[in-house]
Design a binder for this molecule. Structure first.
Ligand code: NAD
Ligand code: TYD
Length: 355
């Protein structure tokens, strides 16, 4: 039986991945280590398929003793590492936690794997989940990021993820640790904390609150439905070549403002209000160092692992908006969380409005 440690499995992508994994590997035992920061919630783990094979451990990936005990005593053979501080705006307002969790946490996991596995790496795998943001920002005519694009991170978040990617590769080259990395573009889908663009816009809109678009709203992200990302991670971890990196993206690249307008149009249909939701759009002061454009070249993962996104943005976005409307208990748990309102005030309170 495979014994798989998933870190950060109570967060957005991690919890979707735990669901995916329990179905993809009927023989696997899953150990989910998560600190339950503001971004992680046991709400995300309700109704798992085959719950008996899922074990939740509340703890910190930086806790060397805990991580070593877990890997040794449970005879973990596969580590899939999601746990991170993940929000760019929070990294601008408070970078320390990003260096601690993303760099030191990843180091702790790598070092534990090296020591507990003791050089016997047969049947073992360390998969690191990373981001396209390590590559920096593209101008409109630049080609999409490939696996060989030089790193050029520009926010404390992306710099900490870049540092962690370098450490993961160093453990392959220096110690032979069998690693794989996926660098993925922006995800969307169910259970994303409402600090990120899509759930924030949906939930602000239905509360009749302003929809804060940074700057001119002409920035571009490459959106991927979360389930497609889970499949890519699974394929890379199980069938990717040790030492290799795979770029993952959705090929959906709208301007932010067009995406927000599309969300408003879906809401106008699914939950009509007195005024069209787009009247709530408010351009506000831009994010400092805001990356203009991301795009991913996915030819390597397509050729080597046969992966392609299954969802287009039209159907994925509609399903996602509907999920937030149909899950009021989850929404209440997130919006009612201690610190959520003060986060909104801290991040949005000082921004000037441009329209
Ligand atoms: P998230 O913020 O929703 O979840 C992060 C999870 O990690 C939470 O459950 C949190 O409690 C946990 N965590 C944080 N610090 C921890 C610690 N010290 N010890 C243990 N657990 C801790 O993040 P997400 O959006 O699900 O992203 C998951 C991973 O995917 C991250 O590594 C992120 O960099 C990467 N990624 C995210 C996206 C995206 O669009 N969201 C895109 C590409 C890559
Ligand atoms: P976000 O979801 O924070 O992801 P990332 O910064 O990792 O790409 O933001 C997606 C895009 O939306 C990004 O260009 C910033 C923009 N944005 C807004 O315009 N307003 C907002 O309130 C937020 C949270 C994001």
């Amino acid at each position: 039986m495979n014994k798989i440690l998933v870190t950060g499995g109570a967060g957005f992508i991690g919890s979707n991945f735990v669901r995916y994994l329990l179905q993809a590997e009927p023989g696997a035992q899953v150990f989910n280590l998560d600190l339950l920061t503001y971004a992680g919630s046991l709400e995300n783990l309700k109704g798992l398929p085959d719950e008996a094979r899922h074990n939740f451990i509340h703890g910190d990936i930086c806790d060397t003793g805990l991580v070593a005990r877990l890997v040794r005593e449970q005879q973990i053979d596969t580590i899939i590492h999601f746990a991170a501080e993940s929000h760019v705006d929070r990294s601008i307002l408070g970078p320390a936690a990003f260096v601690q969790t993303n760099v030191m946490g990843t180091f702790t996991l790598l070092e534990t794997a090296r020591q507990v596995w003791g050089g016997d790496f047969h049947g073992r795998r360390f998969h690191h989940v990373s981001t396209d943001e390590v590559f920096g920002s593209l101008s409109p005519s630049d080609p999409a990021f490939s696996e060989t694009t030089p790193y050029d991170p520009r926010s404390p978040y992306s710099a900490s993820k870049a540092a962690s990617d370098h450490l993961v590769r160093a453990y392959f080259h220096t110690y032979g640790l069998p690693i794989t990395i996926t660098n993925c573009s922006n995800n969307y889908g169910p259970r994303q904390f409402p600090e990120k663009l899509i759930p924030l816009m949906v939930l602000n809109a239905v509360q009749g609150k302003a929809l804060p678009v940074y700057g001119d709203g002409r920035q571009i992200r490459d959106w991927l439905y979360v389930e497609d990302h889970c499949e890519a991670i699974y394929l890379a971890a199980r069938h990717g070549k040790p030492g290799e990196t795979y770029n993952v993206g959705g090929g959906n690249q709208p301007h932010n403002i067009d995406l927000v307008n599309e969300i408003c149009a879906i809401l106008d249909e699914l939950r009509p209000a007195a005024q069209p939701y787009a009247t709530l759009i408010q351009h506000v002061t831009d994010r400092p160092g805001h990356d203009r454009r991301y795009a991913m070249d996915i030819s390597k993962i397509r050729a080597e692992l046969g992966w392609l996104p299954r969802h287009d943005i039209e159907t994925g976005l509609r399903e996602t908006v509907a999920w937030y409307l149909e899950n009021p208990a989850w929404v209440q748990a997130m919006l009612g969380q201690d610190g959520y309102d003060s986060w909104l005030e801290k991040n949005y309170g000082q921004r000037e409005k441009a329209n």
